[in-house]
Design a protein around this ligand. Structure first.
Ligand code: SAM
Length: 289
């Protein structure tokens, strides 16, 4: 990070040691978000890139224990993670696949943005995590999602070339988790970055196979290493001439240009709310075979 960011790296390290500010994403399936925001029992302020997101002045445990959480009025979510479904921007009636979806923060956001009027195929390969995902889909009252537990290649066999939008929120080395989880810091290894990058390339290739002509693919991680972010997208773009990077316009997010991918977004914990995320959106050519 010192090599990549120069003096700014110290600001990043300081942010990773600073306390987190919890955030909730209000669930429009439970009521008008403006009314729900007014009903929150804590002072709150907007998340720049997500109209339903609110940063709340409270302890995370208190927000998690509130009955409004059990009632699915909101989803407790890192604010940076709220940028991802906004980048997918699903419309009513669309078929969307969320390939690595548990525990469901982005699936429930995708369904909400489509007015619960499309179809989200929400998949996770890990059965225990897929059950937690199902629990969250039910808690938030989402009726337009189907939860599956399959290897991505199986979904590709069934839905290849059929999807308006595909999200791969990839398993990663989790550097964005360093602030909230000492265990994430302990678990990090140099070899883990390389291992994740290899898995990410496999998964993003499967994700691309799901996209219909004219459809979009969003790739995201909660880690900072360019080998798991820009490099994975550039690897895919080199193999798939039918895909093109589509610049994102997420208010308050930084551009990934310094890391070789102008138009993709970097959310840094020292520059904007949240623990950090990378997001890139690709569009498949409308005349692709
Ligand atoms: N999108 C989720 C959310 O917003 O709540 C978080 C997803 S988490 C970053 C990555 C997920 O990828 C994990 O739940 C993990 O079980 C899943 N995963 C790991 N390997 C996978 C694979 N080969 N296929 C599909 N999912 C996989």
């Amino acid at each position: 990070m010192r090599e990549l960011l120069g003096a700014e790296a110290e600001e990043l390290f300081a942010a990773l040691d600073a306390p987190r500010e919890p955030a909730v994403r209000l669930n429009p399936l439970r009521g008008d978000p403006a009314a729900l925001a007014a009903a929150l029992p804590w002072p709150s302020r907007a998340v720049p890139w997500c109209p339903a997101g609110r940063l709340v002045a409270a302890e995370s445990a208190e927000v998690a224990a509130d009955p409004l959480n059990d009632a699915g009025v909101y989803y407790l979510q890192d604010p940076a993670a709220m940028a991802v479904a906004e980048a997918v921007a699903p419309a009513p009636g669309e078929l969307v696949v969320d390939l690595a979806a548990a525990p469901g923060g982005k699936t429930t956001h995708l369904a909400a943005l489509a007015g619960d009027a499309g179809l989200v195929v929400s998949n996770d390969v890990d059965e225990r995590r897929a059950r937690a995902l199902l629990g969250n889909v039910e808690r938030l009252g989402v009726t337009s999602a189907v939860v599956t537990c399959a290897r991505p290649e199986r979904l590709t066999a069934a839905l290849g070339g059929a999807c308006h939008a595909v999200l791969l929120d990839a398993p990663c080395s989790g550097e964005g988790m360093f602030r909230r989880s000492p265990a994430a810091r302990e678990a990090w290894t140099e070899a883990g970055v390389e291992r994740h990058a290899e898995l990410q390339r496999r998964l993003v290739a499967a994700a691309a196979d799901l996209v219909r002509p004219g459809g979009r693919l969003v790739y995201s991680t909660c880690t900072f290493d360019p080998r798991e972010n820009e490099a994975v997208v550039l690897w895919l773009l080199a193999r798939r001439p039918d895909l093109e990077l589509e610049p994102l316009d997420l208010p308050g997010a930084a551009d990934a240009a310094p890391f070789g991918l102008p138009g993709a977004a970097r959310l840094w914990p020292h520059r904007s709310p949240g623990d950090g995320h990378f997001v890139a959106r690709l569009r498949r050519a409308a005349d692709a075979a």
